[in-house]
Design a binder for this molecule. Structure first.
Ligand code: ADP
Length: 333
């Protein structure tokens, strides 16, 4: 079975290197078990396409023999089109990385399928798709966007927004504990599933993103794409990516959540956004954002990286807010 994906093409000119992350592979996970699970192609039955990734299509599928206590499970399959020697190596390294990253707020990786073409990675299926689409579909402009087909949940409430933010922070606490720098934290790289009554949000993408969000990236020097709107001044000016630059991006993620998925600096072009960020202008406080949350954003956007909040504190402050959400008045609404 070849998953019904289009035949590999020899033209790889469309491939871009997104945010390169040398830290993935420099041996910080040396002591961890890197034994990538292999899943047989015959155990996978494709259902339909879920989306287009940067490196190939993503499908919903049923997978047999994944866990001893269930016969078949729904999974998301990411395929790799145009596999050449170098993309195969990247694929292998990403699979090793994903095997190591295990946490309740990181999307679960089951393994790879490499017996035949296309190469594929098997992930837990997150029913509501990516968080940016989800926010837009549950915001005030849902009716003017395409996303009306989504399940009727109504507009997100403040406790739900805090819950979403808290879960992403929890995933980031875990990544920081491994000294892993994400470099591309954004709502488009988080996924949403269900957990009983509540929402379950997980970080689902590590440094590569997709064509449909290409306007979130700025092409520099030919092939490198940078998510400049999520980057602090030192990353824009010196390509310096650290745990502290991830904190800045987390602040932008908070802003995305409280604007129901708006693009940061949507009113500006890429070069204008760079100008603004490097000059120290801040994103405006979203209308639905309590001052406690705005304070957190500002703590993430300190110009001096060492002055920024640390993820553990952000996480605990968000948990405290989830427990007792602030009362706020939307004075404009
Ligand atoms: P890539 O990282 O290769 O660019 P993405 O992760 O962006 O691929 O996936 C493309 C689309 O597929 C996303 O918009 C998302 O809606 C969907 N998708 C990806 N992974 C999952 C998953 N585990 N569960 C459900 N949908 C997914």
């Amino acid at each position: 079975m070849n998953f019904g994906a289009s035949p590999p093409s020899s033209d790889d000119s469309g491939m871009s290197s997104f945010v390169e992350n040398p830290q993935y592979f420099c041996g910080i996970f040396k002591d961890k078990d890197m034994c990538v699970q292999h899943i047989k192609r015959q155990d996978i039955v494709l259902k339909w396409e879920l989306g287009e990734g940067a490196f190939g299509k993503v499908y919903l599928a049923e997978c047999a023999n994944l866990s001893p206590d269930s016969d078949k499970m729904l999974v998301a399959i990411k395929t790799l089109k145009d596999a050449n020697e170098s993309t195969r190596q990247d694929f292998q390294r990403e699979a090793e990385l994903l095997t190591v990253l295990q946490h309740q707020n990181i999307v679960r990786f089951y393994g790879v399928c490499t017996d035949g073409e296309p190469l594929a990675m098997v992930f837990e299926y997150m029913r509501h798709g990516d968080l940016n689409r989800f926010l837009r579909a549950h915001g005030p402009d849902a009716h003017i966007l395409e996303e009306v087909k989504m399940p009727p949940l109504g507009q997100l409430t403040l406790p739900q927004m805090l819950h979403i933010a808290g879960q992403i922070a929890s995933g980031m606490v875990y990544l920081a504990s491994l000294h892993f720098v994400h470099r591309d934290l954004a709502t488009r790289n988080c996924l949403v599933g269900d957990m009983g009554e509540g929402l379950m949000v997980k970080i689902g993408d590590f440094g590569m993103s997709r064509d449909i969000y290409s306007t979130d990236y700025y092409r520099v020097g030919g092939r490198t794409m940078l998510p400049i709107r999520w980057m602090p001044p030192e990353s824009i000016m010196y390509r310096k990516f650290t745990t502290e630059s991830d904190i800045w991006s987390f602040g932008v993620v908070l802003w995305e959540i409280f604007t129901y998925g708006k693009q940061p600096w949507y009113q500006l072009s890429n070069s204008e956004a760079i100008e603004c960020i490097t000059q120290g202008r801040e994103l405006e406080r979203p209308r639905t954002c309590p001052k406690e949350v705005h304070c957190l954003m500002q703590g993430c956007w300190q110009r001096e990286p060492q002055q920024r909040l640390v993820i553990k504190d952000i996480h605990s402050r968000l948990l405290a807010l989830v427990k007792s959400p602030p009362i706020y008045l939307d004075i404009l609404g």
